[in-house]
Design a protein around this ligand. Structure first.
Ligand code: HAS
Length: 552
């Protein structure tokens, strides 16, 4: 048991992971229904609406699964690297968990009762029941309380270790939380001051452009809130599995800081086609979007360098000899490696999306759905699976048996195949003009739409086949999680699963990298430059505003 963190911290982490996987299996089942509806091979019963299912899918997977998983991972790593939580930290973490869960339950009940089919982006003027927004607000507040608990734990460690640079895991956790806290300001502002008064009827109209802009102020950094914990695994877990050290401690820290700076003042790249925002501000935010690509390229460089160095240390020769020396039989690694491969086209697609003219072609088409499935649905999700395979046994003290590992291989390969089929057809369908966020329609058999239901690799059938394989894979994963929770207990030191955490040499790490106020200050300066004038403009020259619409 010596390798494990304190039992109470384990309980906290594992509870978060369990909620994550409950949301995961329901959310993936909703995805399965969607691909069949879009393919016209399934008609939902009258009491269940396509947009209701789509809302549940987005909320449960993109918001609930990711967030609970991330917190479960953070709790484990922070307890491991900074020591057992104090009473206050633990109490606040649980308090945050309860608020998040209350918010989630309220939102889910309203989705199920058909009162909130507004999709996970809840764009106005679609209007849900006011309590749906209250649920969302509580969810965010819960993440803040839990986040502050972790920040408190970090501050306590810093006080006891004056002038020492923090362990890399803790630094990355704090950077991700800083990003999250700043990002949430936008969504909290729109939910509290626009959506709630409007949905409860205290005001008649909503400023649609303002609400969307505040949403995307939050919505883009949200994707890095998902990505950064995956990057933590890439920087810290992968080298350990290779038997190597972190390639460069300073580079890893700088990468995370660049995300704090550049991930927020870029939300307009989701609104390039919208009127009401002057093109100069769209241009400025597009330039900043290209800046936020840099830390991902630094990560790619760092990973390939780690692979090559460790391979050569094991005797690899030739330009690509190191590839053979990678630990392919270790599912914890292979899962993450496939995740990285998916991020090559996923990231390249993001660069295309951010290019103004190309965005005109793909905006609001299935291409975007393809893009986010090969960013969050594969690179992030498959990294989380790679973590799950050891994290659950590590926390629950069970064995990671050979049969579980075999099953894990089947799971990651089926996920990769399903995702490849589904996302490829989504990208191609998007280029052929098929819209996103729509149920099945034959579009009056208009010639330009016939191709969407024709062909081999490019149509809705392929999308449905891919989606079905994904659901099969998700079920296998949940079975593995179940085995990890309730399987055979480890009884000796060899059987205990370890938290694989690579060493990071901080000898040459500049101390200013941990000067949080400096980075937060620069981040706010960039945000003010990118957002003050356009937001002021939206308020000052506000259009009459819109009443609420319930289109479902
Ligand atoms: Fe995105 C829309 C631009 C990254 C998620 N994105 C979305 C939506 C989601 C999403 C959910 O500019 C839809 C939102 C909605 O519902 O409307 N995205 C970008 C850009 C990046 C990017 C520039 N997106 C992500 C990530 C996401 C994500 C990450 C989730 C986790 N995205 C956009 C734009 C839109 C958009 C527009 C709006 C489109 C529209 O019109 O609606 C960049 O961050 C990407 C940079 C990444 C790279 C890749 C680096 C590669 C790495 C792998 C290395 C591989 C290794 C293995 C080491 C440049 C790090 C090598 C091994 C060997 C053997 C070689």
């Amino acid at each position: 048991m010596s390798k494990q963190i304190a039992a109470q911290d384990r309980k906290l982490a594992i509870t978060n992971l369990i909620v994550a996987y409950i949301a995961f299996i329901i959310g993936t089942f909703c995805g399965l229904l969607q691909v069949f509806v879009r393919n016209n091979s399934l008609a939902l019963p009258a009491w269940l609406d396509y947009y209701q299912v789509l809302t549940a899918h987005g909320v449960l997977l993109a918001l609930v699964f990711t967030t609970y998983f991330i917190y479960g991972f953070f709790y484990t790593g922070m307890s491991k690297t900074l020591g057992t939580f104090g009473k206050k930290v633990r109490a606040f973490s649980w308090f945050g968990f309860y608020i998040m869960t209350l918010g989630t339950l309220i939102a889910v009940v309203l989705i199920i009762s058909g009162e909130a089919s507004v999709l996970y982006t809840f764009y106005a003027p679609l209007q849900a029941n006011g309590f749906f927004y209250v649920g969302l607000a509580l969810f965010i507040v819960g993440t803040w309380v839990s986040g502050f608990a972790l920040i408190g734990h970090y501050i306590a460690w810093k006080k006891q270790h004056k002038k020492q640079i923090s362990p890399l895991f803790a630094f990355m956790t704090i950077a991700t939380l800083v990003l999250w806290l700043i990002a949430c300001l936008g969504v909290v502002a729109t939910v509290l001051f626009q959506f709630i008064p409007w949905a409860f009827g205290w005001v008649d109209t909503i400023n649609v452009e303002l609400s969307r802009s505040l949403f995307w102020y939050f919505g883009h950094p949200l994707v890095y809130f998902w990505l950064l914990p995956a990057y933590m695994a890439w920087y810290l877990v992968v080298p350990k599995l290779l038997g190597a050290k972190v390639f460069s401690d300073s580079l890893a820290r700088l990468t995370f800081l660049l995300f704090i700076l550049f991930s927020i003042p870029v939300g307009f790249h989701h609104q390039l086609t919208e009127p009401g925002i002057e093109s100069f501000w769209k241009f400025l935010q597009t330039v900043l979007t290209f800046m936020v690509i840099v830390p991902s390229l630094m990560t790619a460089f760092s990973m390939i360098a780690t692979f090559e160095i460790s391979g050569r240390e094991k005797g690899a020769r030739g330009v690509f000899g190191w590839v053979k020396k990678l630990p392919w039989k270790d599912v914890r690694f292979t899962s993450i490696f496939i995740a990285m491969l998916f991020f090559i086209p996923g990231g390249a697609g993001g660069i295309l999306n951010a290019s103004f003219q190309l965005n005109e072609v793909i905006h609001n088409t299935l291409w975007v759905v393809g893009h986010f499935h090969i960013t969050v649905g594969a690179p992030v999700a498959m990294t989380f699976y790679g973590l799950t395979f050891w994290l659950i046994p590590y926390l629950s003290g069970t064995k990671l048996t050979k049969s579980m590992q075999r099953l894990a291989f089947i799971q990651i390969f089926t996920w990769a195949v399903g995702m490849f089929l589904m996302s490829t057809s989504q990208h191609i369908l998007g280029l052929l003009g098929a819209p996103r966020r729509t149920a099945y329609s034959d579009y009056g058999n208009h010639p330009s739409t016939l191709a969407w239901f024709d062909g081999i690799l490019t149509n809705h059938v392929t999308m449905a086949v891919g989606g079905s394989i994904l659901f099969l894979s998700a079920s296998i994963l949940v079975f593995i999680v179940f085995q990890g929770l309730f399987g055979t207990k480890a009884s000796n030191e060899v059987d205990y699963v370890e938290f694989p955490l690579a060493e990071s040499d901080t000898t040459n790490t500049p101390r200013f990298l941990e000067n949080w106020w400096l980075w937060i200050g620069i981040a706010f300066a960039l945000i003010l430059i990118a957002y003050t004038i356009p937001i002021a403009d939206m308020i000052q020259h506000a259009p009459p505003g819109s009443g609420g619409f319930k289109t479902w």
